[in-house]
Design a binder for this molecule. Sequence first.
Ligand code: V55
Ligand code: FE
Length: 494
Amino acid sequence: MGAFPQTPYFTGLNEPVGQEVELKGLTVEGALPAEVRGSFFRAVPDPAYPPKFASDHTLSGDGMVSRLSFNADGTADFAIRFVETARHKAEKELGRARFGKYRNPFTDDEDVRGIDRTVANTTPVWHAGRLLMAKEDGRPYRVDPATLETIGSHDFDGALKSETMTAHVRIDASTGELFFYGYEADGLASQKVAYCIVGPDGTLKSEQWFDAPYCAMMHDFTISENYALFPIYPTTADLERIQAGGEHWHHEPELASWLGVMPRYGDVSEIRWFKGPKGCHSYHMMNAWEDERGLLHFDACLNNTNAFAFIREPSGIFMAPQEVQGALTRWTVDPTAEGGDVTETIIGPPGDFPVIPAAKQGRRYGHGWMLSMNPDLQGPPLFAGPVGVSFNLLVRLDGMDTGAPHVSQALPLPPQAGYNEPVHVPAKDPAHDGWLVMIVDRQVGANSFVHEAWVVDAGNLAAGPVAKVAIPARLRPQVHGWWVPQAQLDAAAA
Ligand code: V55
Ligand code: FE
């Protein structure tokens, strides 16, 4: 077995760990709020074997599912296990990488052709008592929330036609329905998008296919009370390039972006396309909502290019890190219009990993949280993650449904520390804004790191963590997380 490439994607905090861990009875320091009872699931890419190509990066890492459980006795348990995907099993058999470049099966070993090559590494999705480890290039894997054992690839009891399902689903808290889509739904570089609705009992109720304006990396989408909104940004796939062994994605700065809008229970033939600026890109949206005039607002962490250098550079785009700029940006459209241009408004800081209370999904909302960079940092940041630098400022935004959305609170980290994406835990008291739970990484030596879970009052960030759990294991950066209250875990187990 060779060594991992000595690139930023495999060194420092990004050095592969690949260790399955089970720790029980960890000490919770501070005052743990009563509502923080349940499990914080996280998706962590961690390649079990050195990649076949030295240009490989974070997005290819084997999915590991992690759980931090807050117990009735005031302690916490921590566990992490590989998702036993068909790909991970095939590689374990020979003890080496057999699958090649990110989303390019033409670079795989001949003898693994046809084996499901998704790595289930992006989001642990909880719905209808099921835990699904999702990644946008394939179907999710279902995992047992108690043991973290892999149950298998999940196709909604044989109902799902799409070959893919996004890692960014949306759940309407008032109906309990799961809304999702799959792009490249019938194969590599296809323009086919499947739009799906799953009932509160986990049954796939509807799957309709439409054509995107071009085959784009569709990482996230939104719903509102009455609409489904599909953003298209010009990070594009080309079958000939993929067949020739090239990169799945190129970013195309001269191509327009689009926002597809359709009634969320309507027919895909009703989709209307609104035009956005050229060359921009967003990985994550905060929310979408309808105002009293019926206008539709779509709030995304938008950048002037693709945030990942490993996508820009093979596309011929060479930018210094400070040239990559962005802001929380609102696109407003009239959903009853036939089309036209989006109206763009800057509503927040640069950054990513937007979070809102689950109850506000697709609804008018007043506040949210996201990760950003501390402009006043007195030292080096923490170098890690797919972008190369960790976020080190947690911010709260207020006034989201007014003419003046603004950053109202912030919690900066010291140098050489970084936040992973927080999850929101609601409070029982409707006057309380709940808590944010997240893993904080800190570099303490040339190649040594410590990791803590923090519980922060979502209405008082500046007070710092009200409770902390030191995790005595080496953790690789997480992608997304999900909070599951204990009552839901208990109900699913029964
Ligand atoms: C992202 C992550 C992915 C992926 C595509 O963060 C986009 C964005 C962890 O996998 O496959
Ligand atoms: Fe994501």
